[in-house]
Design a protein around this ligand. Sequence first.
Ligand code: ZN
Ligand code: ZN
Length: 102
Amino acid sequence: MSFDKNKWQREQYVRRKSEGICVCCGKRTPVSGKTVCEVCRQKARERWREDYQFYKNKGICVRCCKKKAEPERVLCRECLEDMKYRQRRRVARKAELLNLNL
Ligand SMILES: [Zn+2]
Ligand SMILES: [Zn+2]
């Protein structure tokens, strides 16, 4: 059987997290409340911004990075629908909580 990279990564993540070190580089102390250090957080943010621009310029959905984005949007139809659905659920939950507090 081949080397299970995903399993190894998952185990490494759990181990580093329990040891209180950055799950990304395994060297520095994470930002409080996070699992990654400031350096890795910055790097991830930069990478995300680059990807975002790259896919946006190509007219590809920046979320799934697979399908064509809708006109004037950065997301494809499916991701837009998914976002709408999530938002609706969040609003519904909030309304529920408010009702309970009344
Ligand atoms: Zn790190
Ligand atoms: Zn998409």
